[in-house]
Design a protein around this ligand. Structure first.
Ligand SMILES: *Cc1c(COP(=O)(O)O)cnc(C)c1O
Length: 453
C-alpha cells in the first residue's frame, strides 16, 4: 500500500507553531487563545469533555473533498461517479455524508456493506470489490441489490452467476484488470502489477477471457472495466499510462466481442500530505488527467467515451481527521531520545509501525508556541515498536498536555484493534462550533460481549 514518499531529513526542532501546521490540519483548523480549534470547537476543551484517545473528524473538510472530486471530474465529462472507498474510514454518519454529497460507496466486505444497508444508503450506488468475496458476501450483494460487483477471478464469476440465477436476478459487473502499471510516488514500473493478487492480467489474455465469461454467464451483465493501481500516489503519470492501456483494451474488447464497454473505473489512490515535504497532486489535476485522458484515448481509438468512476478513499478523509491524546509521562534518555507516552498507540494508529508512516504533531494547548524539542510519541502497548510519531518536532511536553496528531482521518480508525484489550477510541464529528459522537468510545462491556466464557 503506502510507499515511503520523499526521504526526510533527520528531525530537528523546527520552531514551527500550530499556525505553520495548518496545511496538514483540517480546513477549519485555527489557533485561538493559544489553542488548536477545529470546526469551531476548542480541542483542549473537547479532550477534557469527551476523553482521550479520541478521533476528531471535521465534517467541513470531508464534504469539501467529496465535492472537489465531483466538481473536477464532472467538469470534464458529464457521467462520472465519485465512489468513496469506505475502507479508509466508515461510520453511519460518514455513509450519510457520502449520500448527501451525491457520491457512491465502495465496499470491500460484507461488514462494510452492512453499514450502507443500515444507513439506508441507495443500493444502486454501492459497488463491492475484493479479491476473495465469500459466497455469503456475494449473496449479501445480490440480496441488497447493489449497483455493481467488481469481479476479481473466474471462480467468483461462476459463484456469482449461480447465486444470481438462483434468485432470478441479473447483476451488473465490472471486470478488474491489472494494467501492468505499478504506481509509485516517483515512477512507474511496467511489470510489477502483473504479480498481484488482484484482478486479471492482460498479458496471457486472461482479462479478455474474463470479459468473455462475464458476457456469457447467465445472471451477469458485463458493464465495464475496473483498475486500481495503488495508494498514496503523488505523480499522475501512472494514471495516464494505465488509462492508455485500459482504453486500448476497451477497443480490443469491442472489436473482438462486439460488446461496448459502458464503464471505466480507474480506482483510487491519490496521495495526501502527511507532513511538510509531501506535495501530492491536486484533485483538480487528477480530474483533468484522468477524465481528459480517457476522453482523448477514446477519440484516438475511435470508440465512444464510457461512463467513468473514480474511487478516492484516503484523499477524502485523511486531512479531515486528527487524533487527540493525553500525555502521561515524559522520559528523557540523555543523548538518545525523549519518549512522550500517550494514552493510545498502535491499536488506534498502526500505520507508523506497519508502513513507517510519518505524521506531524503538536500540543493542542500550546499550539502558539514553537516546536522546540524533538520527541518520540509512544503508545501504551507492550511493544517497543508501538510508536505513533517517531522523532517529532514538538512543543515542550508535560504530563496532562493534549497531543494532536495530524492527518489521521484515513486508515487509522478503520485499521484499529483491541490489542492489549485496549478499548477503541470514539470518533467525534465537529462542525460549526458543535461536536457529536459519530462512534462512541468502546467500554470493557463491549470487549467482553463476544466472549462466551
Ligand atoms: C483501497 C482502494 C481504493 C481507495 O484507495 P485510496 O488510496 O484510499 O484512495 C479504491 N479502490 C480500490 C479497489 C481499493 O482497493
Amino acid at each position: 500500500m503506502a510507499r515511503p514518499s520523499t526521504p526526510r531529513p533527520p528531525a530537528q526542532p523546527d520552531q514551527r507553531t500550530g499556525h505553520d501546521l495548518l496545511p496538514v490540519l483540517p480546513m477549519t483548523a485555527e489557533i485561538k487563545d493559544g489553542r488548536l480549534w477545529i470546526g469551531g470547537v476548542d480541542t483542549v476543551e473537547l479532550a477534557r469533555e469527551a476523553g482521550t484517545a479520541l478521533y476528531v473528524m471535521d465534517e467541513t473538510t470531508i464534504r469539501h473533498q467529496l465535492s472537489e472530486y465531483v466538481k473536477w471530474t464532472r467538469y470534464h465529462w458529464k457521467d462520472v461517479d465519485v465512489v468513496y472507498a469506505g475502507k479508509a474510514f466508515l461510520s453511519l454518519a460518514m455513509v450519510r455524508i457520502v449520500e448527501e454529497e451525491d457520491c457512491c460507496l465502495l465496499c470491500a466486505s460484507g461488514g462494510e456493506l452492512a453499514y450502507a444497508v443500515r444507513a439506508g444508503f441507495p443500493m444502486e450506488r454501492v459497488q463491492m470489490h475484493g479479491n476473495n468475496k465469500t459466497p455469503a458476501e456475494l449473496a449479501e450483494c445480490l440480496d441488497a441489490g447493489i449497483g455493481r460487483v467488481v469481479v476479481d477471478n473466474f471462480e467468483e464469476m461462476e459463484r456469482l452467476s449461480a447465486l444470481a440465477a438462483e434468485r432470478g436476478v441479473t447483476q451488473k459487473v465490472l471486470v478488474r484488470v491489472t494494467p501492468g502499471v505499478e504506481a509509485d510516488t516517483h515512477d512507474f514500473i511496467m511489470t510489477g502489477a502483473e504479480d498481484s493478487k488482484f484482478g486479471f492480467g492482460l498479458n496471457q489474455g486472461l482479462a479478455m477471457e474474463a470479459v468473455k465469461r462475464a458476457v456469457a454467464l447467465p445472471g451477469l451483465e458485463f458493464d465495464g472495466l475496473h483498475m486500481h493501481i495503488g495508494s498514496q500516489i503523488f505523480a499522475l503519470h501512472s494514471y495516464a499510462r494505465a488509462i492508455e492501456v485500459m482504453v486500448a483494451f476497451m477497443r480490443e474488447i469491442e472489436s473482438e466481442t462486439g460488446h461496448a464497454v459502458r464503464m471505466l473505473d480507474v480506482g483510487g489512490g491519490l496521495g495526501v500530505a502527511y507532513g511538510a515535504p509531501d506535495e501530492p497532486s491536486t484533485v483538480k489535476d487528477f480530474g483533468k488527467v484522468v477524465v481528459d485522458g480517457i476522453k482523448e484515448e477514446c477519440e484516438r481509438h475511435g470508440i465512444a467515451v464510457p461512463r467513468m468512476a473514480v474511487e478516492p478513499g484516503r484523499s477524502i478523509v485523511a486531512r479531515a481527521g486528527v487524533t487527540l491524546y493525553t500525555v502521561g509521562s515524559v522520559k528523557e534518555i540523555p543523548g538518545i531520545r525523549t519518549y512522550v507516552a500517550v494514552d493510545g498507540g498502535m491499536s488506534d494508529n498502526i500505520r507508523t509501525s506497519l508502513y513507517d508512516a510519518h505524521y506531524e504533531a503538536l500540543i493542542a494547548n500550546k499550539a502558539e508556541q514553537p516546536r522546540e524539542m524533538v520527541g518520540t510519541i509512544a503508545g501504551k502497548h507492550c511493544e517497543s515498536g508501538d510508536i505513533v510519531v517517531r522523532d517529532a518536532p514538538l512543543q515542550c511536553p508535560e504530563p496532562g498536555d493534549v497531543v494532536c496528531v495530524a492527518a489521521t482521518g484515513a486508515y487509522c480508525q478503520s485499521m484499529s484493534s483491541n490489542y492489549n484489550k485496549q478499548v477503541r477510541p470514539g470518533v467525534v464529528f465537529v462542525r460549526d462550533g458543535q461536536w457529536r459522537w459519530a462512534v462512541r468510545r468502546e467500554t470493557y462491556e463491549d470487549l467482553l460481549r463476544t466472549d462466551e466464557g
